[in-house]
Design a protein around this ligand. Structure first.
Ligand code: MN
Length: 489
């Protein structure tokens, strides 16, 4: 099995694993068609059915208008695949990544020639054109424009000199301009852009596209697990047991991921946060978002003025579908790690595992597998749920089950909710809590109990058996046998 160090070695591993990668030379339009294909093949997540939940990744080699490039989609589109790429079991991903947050390995800057800079295009070149240089797909015909969905945005705080990596959606607006969406009040790159604006300075930023999946997943950590100043590339370093290699950019004072497929270099202009994302198309939509609905176009994006694009020879553009299983994994595995880390500190041993379920895009729903061994453990499962809400503030629903329930099997979880749950005593509402604005029910129009968009009634669904009643809830047990003897051919 080959070692994964970048996107190409990740694809090579998938190529050598049956059923994990489809490559095609059939021509495809990056505008809506490519994602329209992958919707059926492997999008999963919160995409409207029919869609395949555990389908293969795809590599398109014949993308209209981009003869020298390929487009990869769904690389992290199943939990099995991410586990394979991380070298662990799919049930262990949250625990593994949590351990890495506790033992970070900082990135290093190398002066070796960087694969990401094999080809250099400067924005001062007369034929420089982002539309031609980057095969950025649109998810649907209604998207604001071509999007960079898997760009690792890397910048440095003007005061502290500490760097951060975060993924933000970026729409190509012109030959040398991108919109970048930074949620107002956001605490990583957004905080840096706001501080640079106060100082009247542009914020240099590199956007590395097509990287080791260890980087893509760990870039999605948020506070409190990774407060401002915690460079998430150090978690990816821990996952691989060696530092991520950075290379100095060619046109700005910042670094980029040395073995990326593409790097966009540029500056976020100070005070530019009034950019209309769909200013070219006027569709009203940005792109489909993780809750499964079309996301509104923002009128508060920042402007990223591009100075250069560098890439490998025959680069591979990497992209994802907004409401996909791939998003669930990128967002959900850090959610699980954050929750497990917090509960391990406060209630060691009481929660065995956590799954940030696909129905919530890896953000809204967490299922906790609880263990009660003594009578004083009764009630600690609900304390664990409160800790989960603190560990990941965007969480809306926590479902608690016992250790005999498979949290990755939704049928089993719904069984617990059916036979170990009474609606009047086991649903614990926590109204009026700030949650996430993209949940369309999180609106004053939906309920008078909600005072602002983004406020929700969080809820705990306690589907655990009361400790003093455990006896009555023993599952029917079968004889333990080595069944394989009967099914061998
Ligand atoms: Mn970050």
């Amino acid at each position: 099995m080959n070692k994964v160090i970048d996107l190409r070695s990740a694809l090579e591993l998938l190529r050598n694993t049956p059923g994990q990668l489809i490559e095609t030379d059939v021509p495809v339009d990056p505008k809506a068609e490519l994602c329209g294909v992958y919707r059926y093949v492997g999008a999963g997540g919160t995409v409207k059915r029919p869609t395949s939940v555990n389908g293969p990744a795809m590599l398109f080699h014949n993308v209209n208008g981009h003869p020298d490039a390929s487009v990869a989609i769904g690389v992290m589109g199943s939990r099995e695949r991410v586990a394979k790429l991380f070298g662990c079991k799919k049930e262990e991903l949250g625990h593994l990544v949590q351990k890495c947050t506790a033992n970070p390995i900082m990135p290093v800057v190398t002066n070796e020639p960087a694969p990401a800079q094999e080809v250099v295009h400067l924005a001062t070149d007369p034929d420089f054109d982002l539309f031609k240089l980057i095969p950025a797909p649109t998810n649907t015909p209604y998207d604001a424009g071509p999007y960079i969905t898997l760009g690792m945005c890397y910048a440095t705080h003007p005061d502290t000199g500490l760097s951060d990596v975060t993924i933000h959606r970026m729409c190509i607006l012109s030959k040398d301009e991108l919109s970048i969406f930074l949620l107002p009040g956001a605490r990583h790159i957004g905080a840096m852009a706001e501080r640079a604006t106060e100082l009247g300075q542009p914020l240099p930023i590199s956007v590395s596209i097509g990287v080791d999946p260890a980087i893509s997943v760990t870039s999605c950590f948020s506070p409190p697990t990774t407060p401002l100043g915690f460079n998430e590339l150090s978690i990816a370093g821990a996952l691989r047991g060696e530092p991520v290699q950075l290379t100095p950019c060619v046109s700005i004072k910042e670094n980029a991921i040395a073995n990326a497929e593409y790097v966009i270099e540029g500056e976020i202009l100070p005070g530019s946060n009034n950019v209309v994302e769909d200013r070219n198309s006027h569709t009203g939509y940005a792109l489909p978002e993780f809750p499964g609905y079309n996301g509104p176009a923002s009128h508060e994006c920042w402007l990223l003025k591009v100075k250069a694009v560098t890439h490998r020879r025959n680069p591979i553009m990497q992209t994802c579908i907004g409401p996909s299983e791939e998003f669930v994994n990128m967002s959900g595995i850090p959610t699980e790690a954050s929750i497990l880390g917090m509960i391990d500190k406060a209630l060691p041993g009481k929660v065995l595992n956590c799954y940030a379920h696909r129905a919530g895009g890896g953000k809204y729903v967490a299922i906790l597998q609880c263990r009660k061994t003594v009578h004083t453990d009764e009630g600690k499962q609900r304390q664990a749920a409160l800790l989960a809400f603190s560990a990941f503030p965007e969480l809306k629903h926590v479902i608690l089950v016992d250790e005999d329930v498979d949290i990755f099997d939704t049928d089993d979880v719904l069984w617990a909710m059916t036979t170990r749950f009474q609606g009047d005593r086991d649903m614990v509402p926590i109204p009026g809590v700030r949650c996430h604005p993209l949940d369309p029910s999180s609106s004053p129009l939906y309920s008078s109990s909600i005072r602002d968009v983004g406020i929700s009634c969080k809820a705990i669904f306690d589907c655990t058996v009361p400790f003093d009643m455990k006896e009555r809830f023993t599952r029917a047990s079968f004889m333990e046998v080595d069944y394989r003897k009967w099914i061998k051919d």
